[in-house]
Write a protein that binds this ligand. Structure first.
Ligand code: PLP
Length: 403
């Protein structure tokens, strides 16, 4: 079928890239060891910090999020170290569990149902059961992109402090940063890991590690072999605006523009916008009579909604029909959720009408695919979008995520 108009890219990342960012990346290639580049990258290295809510260092790699995950582990840990990885969904398994095991770490994979976030109670028990403090790191995916479940990092940190356990806290904020509240300093996260392709509104290709002082100290003794991912060399050259190897120059121009846009809109306003869109999408799913994956309303993601199909109906068939008929991409179900859920991305450079269009495409798709559902999803979502005072209503949700 020939399509006209814009493709709707409603997967939970990579996300839609604003024209301003695309134009900024259309920059002629520069000397990455010259003064113009250094001026630009110093601005980026400075402006990136508020996005992580940190006054500390943020390392930027030319990599995907998986590379940044590997960097977080390789810089802070040694072969044979024990780490706790909470099973939250597909992404806790890959990259985290898989990469950790390949690097020679001993992974305690804390079982989960994929419908709840990492449990502070379970964490407390695991840490109390470790009096000799063999656990060197606790690893949590903040916003599990395969399920739309958000873990309460602030509460997990409080738990670690309450039992005075010295493990590092490593957090995957790949699909939350710049869209759901992430507080690297307040939550005393040791490494916050991110990628450029979701809330930061830049194409894939940049990986981030926000690094605490404690993580920097750990890196001095960490023995997992590392070269490309080494923070020390990176931080040394970054002070003058340079990188130890050729950086992704044009993506960095894009990132600078995206960070300017984030500053103009204001991070709190961006979080509130995502909260409204999350709420409106869940209202639509509820009105359709379809379940969402998260079981606890406190843990529902504002960047994506994973919608469960009625028994006997395949989510990928629905997605294919919506792609063919309406030229809209929705996220596929991953791992054990393959075929059972479709994921609606509402993250990044996005607005009310884009959401209304997205939900209309879903509702028309449900109808055409013969998936049993009630009508009224769009109206329910529009009612949320129309009401001006969502901020107050959603504040507890934001607070719960900040623990
Ligand atoms: N962690 C989370 C939460 C993700 O959403 C993703 C990718 O979507 C990854 C890790 C892996 O990142 P990448 O595919 O950029 O390597």
């Amino acid at each position: 079928m020939t399509h006209t108009g814009r493709h709707f890219l409603q997967i939970p990342g990579p996300t839609n890239v604003p024209e301003r960012v695309l134009l900024a990346m259309a920059h002629s290639t520069v000397d990455h060891r010259g003064p113009d580049f250094a001026e630009m990258s110093l601005e980026v290295l400075d402006r990136i910090r508020p996005a992580f809510r940190t006054s500390g260092k943020v390392v930027i790699f030319p990599s995907s999020g998986t590379g940044a995950a590997e960097a977080a582990l390789a810089n802070t840990l040694s072969p044979g170290d024990r780490v706790l990885v909470f099973e939250t969904g597909w992404f806790s398994h890959a990259p985290w569990r898989t990469v950790a095991e390949r690097l020679g770490l001993v992974v305690d994979y804390v079982p989960g149902t994929w419908r709840r976030g990492a449990s502070p109670e379970v964490l407390e028990q695991r840490l109390r059961d470790d009096p000799s403090q063999q656990i060197k790191a606790v690893i949590v995916v903040h916003n599990e992109t395969s399920t739309g479940v958000v873990s309460r990092i602030g509460e997990l940190r409080k738990t670690m402090n309450r039992v005075s356990h010295p493990a590092l806290l490593i957090v995957d904020a790949i699909s939350s940063l710049g869209s759901i509240d992430v507080r690297h300093d307040d939550w005393e996260v040791d490494v916050t890991v991110c990628g450029s392709q979701k809330g930061l509104m830049v194409p894939p290709g940049l990986g981030f590690n926000a690094v605490s002082e404690k993580a920097l100290r750990a890196s001095r003794d960490a023995r997992i072999p590392r070269s490309y991912w080494d923070w020390e060399e990176m931080l040394k050259t970054n002070t003058a605006g340079f990188f130890p190897y050729t950086p992704a120059t044009n993506l960095l121009y894009g990132l600078r523009e995206a960070l300017r846009m984030i500053e103009e809109e204001g991070l709190d306003n961006i979080l509130a916008r995502h909260a409204r869109h999350g709420s409106a999408t869940r209202a639509a799913a509820n009105a359709w009579g379809l379940d969402v994956v998260p079981e606890d309303p406190q843990e529902q993601s504002n960047t994506l909604t994973a919608v469960m199909m009625p028994e006997g109906h395949n989510a990928d068939r629905l997605r294919q029909l919506i792609l063919d008929r309406f030229d809209m991409s929705l996220g596929t179900g991953l791992g054990k959720l393959a075929g059972r859920v479709f994921r609606i991305g509402h993250v990044g450079w996005f607005n009310d009408l884009m959401l209304a269009g997205t939900l209309s495409g879903v509702e028309m798709g449900l109808h055409e695919a013969g998936v049993p559902h009630k009508s009224g999803g769009i109206v329910a979502a529009l009612n949320v979008l129309k009401s001006g005072s969502q901020r107050e209503e959603l504040a507890p949700h934001l607070q719960s995520q900040s623990g």
